[in-house]
Every structure is written in C-alpha cells, then in structure tokens.
Ligand binder design. Structure first.
Ligand SMILES: [Cu+2]
Length: 66
C-alpha cells in the first residue's frame, strides 16, 4: 500500500511515521521518500488502520494505493 503525506517534510517526520507504523505492526516494512512525500508500507494490516496510526502521529495521510 502507498500513502501520500503532504505534511511530511524532513527525516524527523519520516522516523516518526516509521515508528507509528511499527507500533501497530512490528513486522511492517516501511519505505519513505521525503522529497516525493510518499510512504510505502508492506503489511497485513489494512490501509485504513495504517493511515490512522500515521494520523495519530499528527500527519495527514492520503491512501493512493491500497
Ligand atoms: Cu519533519
């Protein structure tokens, strides 16, 4: 699945998002491109729940590929 996170702007944001996803699913693989503002996640958790976890870290993710 892939998300666009427009309010992600630096490595600190990226690590906060990675931690938020890992808290929900420790087995998730997270790949972040800060410049493109995209977050790719490999996880068996559904995209809505991953988006909620990212939102709880105070970002505003948009699902672009589920
Ligand atoms: Cu940042």
């Amino acid at each position: 699945m892939e998300f666009r996170v427009p309010d992600m702007s630096c490595g600190g944001c990226a690590s906060a998002i990675t931690k938020a996803v890992a808290k929900l699913d420790p087995a998730a693989k997270v790949q972040i491109d800060v410049a493109a503002k995209t977050v790719k996640v490999e996880s068996s958790v559904n995209p809505g729940d991953i988006a909620s976890a990212i939102a709880q870290a105070r970002f505003h993710p948009i699902v672009i590929v589920s």
